[in-house]
Design a protein around this ligand. Structure first.
Ligand SMILES: Cc1cc2nc3c(=O)[nH]c(=O)nc-3n(C[C@H](O)[C@H](O)[C@H](O)COP(=O)(O)O)c2cc1C
Length: 341
């Protein structure tokens, strides 16, 4: 195949790598989850869960960093605030074959604040700039930052504008902006994803003020039409919870947003390919239930989905080969259909 044909057939070719992405989500976007998402969309960039520099430098690197080749393009998200540690981790990201390394400046959890990173870093733009500079010197991978529009009750646009300006001066060219404040006291991380109001207009303003930077918006976006509306204003859209809970919502993203054929025509096709993956885990003695939890939403919105999910969630079936469980789950789903009909 000549280069041009190959280029045209590469999903996402000709578009910003950040045009669409699935958000980093702790306990959710592990390698199994990303494998599932990749069966549904090829052009979308996938993020890991946040991995702290401490866990990487002192823990089991393979456990944190290994991924399936099929997951590309995949970005490693780091949590930390020590430039040298982040640089060492950026080097590891490159060695492991990641496509990007991202610094978390948006997580409000208290555990993360005690480590003095995450959203509280937004109060220290110069430190973030130092981190970014150190990471850029350590790797040729793109170094990107995910952050909020403000912290606590700081509502002014100037705060996030100056944050982006300072960090961009250190060489960061890509900003993924969760379009709400992080309230560092009094709200749980979950509430911090729901209660502070969404203000997309601030992200649009960032794009106007920094036209040379790549600006992607995140927070509360669900439908393809909402994504399209944002893409008319900013360079990219990152979707978190909707992609996780409703994986099939990504099924037409490649054709609509990348002008490429969608990898799966139907949910059945995804289920078959996913079963082959679960089989491999089962045969390797790794157990499939932990991976399967990410796929429980696959049939959501169709008749019988709840029965299908119930079978797959039944702990008594966890040791069976996944294909046996799949047969039962499909039978349950279709019996749901018969009842509905
Ligand atoms: C379970 C869960 C875990 C999350 N973990 C992370 C994380 O590790 N790093 C991060 O930057 N954001 C994390 N987030 C925030 C998401 O990346 C995203 O910014 C947020 O959910 C808003 O996007 P959404 O409305 O599309 O879900 C997490 C969100 C959820 C629901």
């Amino acid at each position: 195949m000549d280069f041009e044909t190959e280029r045209q057939q590469t999903p996402g070719a000709g578009f910003s790598p950040w045009r669409l992405s699935v958000a980093p989500m702790m306990d959710w976007t592990d390698r199994h989850c990303r494998y599932l998402h990749r069966l549904i969309t090829r052009g979308t960039l996938l993020y890991t869960e946040m991995v702290t520099t401490g866990a990487l430098l002192h823990g089991d690197q393979g456990r944190h960093l290994d991924f399936n080749a099929e997951e590309h393009p995949v970005a490693l998200q780091l949590g930390g605030s020590e430039p040298e540690d982040l640089a060492a981790c950026a080097r590891l990201a490159e060695r492991w074959g990641y496509d990007e390394v991202n610094l978390n400046c948006g997580c409000p959890s208290e555990r993360v604040q005690r480590g003095a990173f995450g959203a509280c870093l937004m109060a220290e733009p110069q430190l973030v700039a130092d981190c970014v500079r150190a990471m850029r010197e350590a790797t040729t991978l793109p170094v990107t930052v995910k952050h909020r529009i403000g912290i606590d009750r700081i509502e002014s646009y100037a705060f996030v504008r100056d944050f982006v300006g300072t960090v961009a001066a250190a060489g960061c060219e890509v900003f993924i902006v969760h379009a709400r404040n992080a309230w560092l006291q009094g709200l749980s991380p979950k509430e911090n994803r729901e209660i502070p109001p969404l203000r997309y207009e601030l992200v649009a303003q960032l794009k106007r003020d920094f036209p040379h930077l790549t600006i992607a918006v995140n927070g509360g976006l669900k439908t393809a039409d909402e994504i399209a509306a944002q893409l008319a204003v900013v360079d990219g859209v990152m979707v978190g919870r909707e992609a996780y809970h409703e994986p099939w919502s990504m099924a037409r993203w490649d054709s609509r947003f990348f002008g490429q054929p969608d990898p799966a025509e139907s949910r059945e096709q995804v289920e078959q390919a996913w079963l082959a993956y679960l089989d491999r885990l089962h045969v390797a003695g790794q157990g499939w239930a932990y991976a399967m939890r990410h796929a429980l939403g696959l049939w959501n919105g169709t008749p019988g989905a709840r029965r299908w999910r119930q079978v797959w969630s039944d702990h008594r079936l966890k040791t069976l080969p996944p294909r046996e469980v799949a047969e039962r789950a499909t039978a349950a789903r279709l019996s749901g259909l018969a009842v509905a009909a």
